[in-house]
Design a protein around this ligand. Structure first.
Ligand code: NIG
Ligand code: FE
Length: 388
């Protein structure tokens, strides 16, 4: 069954052949893009979706979220707004609330968040564990995440649980927990932050990532969020697909990123919610670093599922043009997940399209807070599935 989306005022493709097309159409067949080009030359299809003079973009690729959790930390957020620093200590309260929640409650919360994401234009999402921190609770989070996405990340090394010795916990994460979680995950991640008493230092992080890689997982890293440190260089050295946050970068970090294969994933909703300085996205692009933008949706540092909000922040606070920010939120996210079938509108890619209630993608940053983006439902299986 083929479907044509036509009457598109502006189609952003990220495909060098087409770039940004005016007066365009897209044909999808069997969930894949089958044709892209000027509306006047479009072939016939079984069904028609009229974009009515609006813009169409690749669906957002949100390559960093923590969507499996219960409870919230609104009081912690309010305290930060009056000067309390963020140090990761609050993660323990989300761990307690998540462990207490039955499977069905977590599944319902997750389904609500997935619906929220799609309603704002996200069509691919990565989801981390990390609020379980026992073998059973981490595996459970990954099983639930796996019901809604194939991009699942084992983050047993989120923080050391308050009741456990640091060395014993690293042994658990790299031993029985990894054995239980590796079959349920595509990625392994670690919160590498040597200055924090909760997170992991460079050597612990290396041990955890290498164990995950040996178990067949691909690496990604939370690095350089709270201060300078070894996270970025470790990620590049180990060939991680992405190092995320990058709030505090030294010149050597930027050089390593520019010379490596690791994407710098920037999470400006975290800087917003923790009153931190924004990373210099413009400087990273100038140095030749590949960047992505993601929400980091989690109850501690960024309780938002909105990629348009992230784009608006990146434009206003991080020196990106609206077009660069959109690319980072789509094609950049795809690179951070080592995917070439999403984040782009080209023949053979997934037909994951997002429509804007606006004639151009510039409106994403120009109309902050206005819900203009939504994932197009073409009656095909999206990469962000609605959990049943
Ligand atoms: O990406 N930095 C570590 N993990 C999350 C925050 C988790 C939390 O505070 O609940 C982050 O910012
Ligand atoms: Fe995170």
């Amino acid at each position: 069954m083929s479907v044509i989306v036509d009457n598109i005022a502006e189609l952003v493709t990220h495909d060098p052949e087409h770039g940004i097309l005016q007066d365009a159409a897209v044909v999808a067949d069997g969930g894949r893009i089958a044709w892209v080009g000027p509306a006047a030359q479009a072939p016939a299809a079984d069904r028609r979706v009229d974009a009515s003079g609006r813009a169409v973009i690749p669906g957002f690729v949100d390559s960093h979220t923590h969507l499996v959790f219960a409870g919230d930390r609104a009081v912690e957020f309010a305290a930060r707004m009056t000067g309390e620093p963020y140090d990761g200590g609050g993660i323990a309260s989300t761990v307690a609330a998540t462990r207490d929640a039955p499977d069905d409650e977590l599944r319902t919360l997750l389904a609500g968040r997935i619906a929220e994401l799609r309603a704002q234009g996200t069509t691919t999402v990565e989801i981390k564990s990390g609020y379980g921190l026992t073998v059973e609770d981490e595996a459970r989070a990954l099983r639930l995440a796996g019901e809604v996405t194939s991009e699942t990340t084992f983050l047993g090394a989120h923080v050391v649980p308050p009741d456990l010795d640091r060395r014993a916990y690293v042994d658990l994460v790299t031993g029985p927990m990894l054995a239980a979680c590796a079959p349920l995950a595509r990625w392994v991640d670690v919160f590498c932050e040597p200055g924090s008493k909760h997170a992991f230092d460079g050597e612990e992080s290396r041990e955890i990532l290498e164990a995950g890689i040996s178990a067949g997982l691909l690496a990604r890293v939370h690095g350089n969020q709270l201060g300078p440190g070894p996270g970025v260089r470790l990620a590049v050295e180990l060939g991680a697909a992405s190092v995320d946050h990058c709030t505090h970068l030294a010149d050597a970090d930027v050089d390593a990123l520019a010379g490596g294969e690791t994407v710098a994933t920037l999470l400006p909703a975290v800087e917003f919610s923790t009153r931190s300085p924004y990373p210099d996205a413009r400087g990273l692009l100038a140095a030749g670093v590949e960047i992505a933008l993601a929400t980091d949706c989690n109850p501690g540092t960024a309780y938002t599922s909105s990629m348009p909000f992230v784009i608006a922040l990146a434009v206003r606070e991080m020196g990106l043009t609206p077009t660069e920010a959109l690319r980072a939120a789509t094609a950049g996210g795809a690179r951070a997940l080592r995917r070439d079938d999403v984040g782009v509108v080209r023949i053979g890619a997934r037909a994951d399209l997002t429509i804007l209630d606006a004639p151009s993608h510039l409106h994403l940053a120009y109309r902050p807070g206005v819900p203009i983006a939504r994932a197009l439902d073409l009656g095909m299986q999206p990469s962000v599935r609605s959990a049943s």
